[in-house]
Every structure is written in C-alpha cells, then in structure tokens.
Ligand binder design. Structure first.
Ligand SMILES: [Zn+2]
Length: 215
C-alpha cells in the first residue's frame, strides 16, 4: 500500500498540474501514441465493465468539444460513407418525430423557406432560384429596400413581376424589399405602384430595370 500523501504534497501536485498543464497534456498524448494497445485495452475494459460510464465519458467529451466532434463526424462520414448512410437511415427510422421536428425547424429558417419556394416553383415550371443567388441579389442592392431604400432588419424577397401575374421565380425577377413595400405592392404591376409612392425615385426605377430582365 502507498502511504497517504501529506497536505503539502497534495498542494505541490495541484500547483504542478496548474503550472504544467500543456506539458502534461502533451505527455499524455505521447503515452497514448506509444501505448495504443494498452490504452485501447483499458477503454475496452471500461466499455464492457461499465458501459454507462463509457457512454457518459464520450458524451461529456462531445459536449466539451463540439467543433472537434463535428470535425470527427465529418471525417468518419468521409472514411465510411456506407456505414454513415446506414446509421443515418437506422436513426431516422427509429426517430420519426425528431426527423419531422428537424425538418420543420429547417423549413422555418430563411434558407429553408427559400428552398421550399424553389421546390414549389420548380414543380410548377415557374423557374427556381438558389439561396446563393438570393444572397447575390441582396448584395446587388446594398442591403436596402429596392423601392424605398430603407435599411431594415427583415427583408422580403419581392418578385418584381408578381408570380400571380406571370412573373418567374428567378434571380432576375427578385429584389429585396422591406415588409411595408412588399405588402403594399403585393400583386400590383410594379412600375405603376412604385410611381404612386411618396418615395418614388427615377434613379432607383432605372436601377431596377437594369438588374431585372422581366420589366
Ligand atoms: Zn421599402
């Protein structure tokens, strides 16, 4: 039996660990590299003797290292695409409610909404626009409303020629609009509506004509 450590010794060791954190980690890494079999055996022992402890340790690590975990998962999927696909299918079959909730969460995001719209329009032959193209349209207008030039927190993607009156869901028919303009314009022909607004500007009308094919 080893003799119990004195309080001074305990304090000294605590201080040593605090002062040499990087060195200790480096040494542990070295040990694991040199003694891979021993380490694996020890992990396997814990896994069979105390599976809950083993799983908890993994979950704890995943919680503390979300980025490394995501990177590891990405690597795993690349190395074992078939296994990853199979595991995914199994998980989805076992968790239909979580899948539905996840899809609903994605659909509520701006990208999810854009993708929905794209699918809906592609199906009906109304064209399709990618989320990247939509981001490009925002850039083009410098993140202000195409009509009133207001900067606001939430923009709508406005179909310059409304889909209801024959406009296509294509990049050249999309302009960013503030909610007020988007709702006010609705299905009206854009030029007539724009010219009737107090913030009408000939310059902005020209710019819209320039960047939109379907005027
Ligand atoms: Zn506006």
């Amino acid at each position: 039996m080893t003799a119990p450590r004195s309080p001074e010794r305990i304090e000294y060791e605590r201080q040593y660990r605090a002062d040499n954190h990087a060195r200790i980690l480096e040494r542990a890494r070295e040990y694991r590299t040199l003694n891979r079999d021993k380490v694996n055996q020890s992990i396997a022992r814990t896994k069979s003797k105390n599976p809950k402890k083993y799983l908890d340790a993994i979950k704890d690590w995943q919680r503390r290292h979300p980025e490394k975990n995501a990177e590891y998962n990405r690597g795993y999927r690349e190395r074992h695409p078939d296994r990853a696909k199979e595991a995914g299918q199994k998980w989805r079959a076992a968790n239909p409610e979580k899948v539905r909730a996840g899809v609903a969460r994605w659909r509520a995001t701006p990208n999810g909404k854009a993708q929905n719209k794209r699918r809906w329009c592609l199906k009906r032959g109304l064209g399709g626009v990618s989320t990247k193209e939509i981001a490009g349209r925002f850039d083009l207008f410098g993140d202000v409303c195409a009509y009133c030039a207001r900067r606001c927190s939430t923009f709508h993607m406005d179909h310059l020629v409304a889909v209801a009156i024959g406009g296509k869901h294509e990049a050249e028919n999309l302009v960013p609009a503030c909610q007020r303009c988007n709702l006010s314009k609705h299905k009206k022909p854009w030029r007539a509506w724009f010219r009737a607004q107090p913030f009408y500007s000939r310059k902005r009308e020209r710019f819209i004509e320039l960047v939109c094919s379907c005027t």
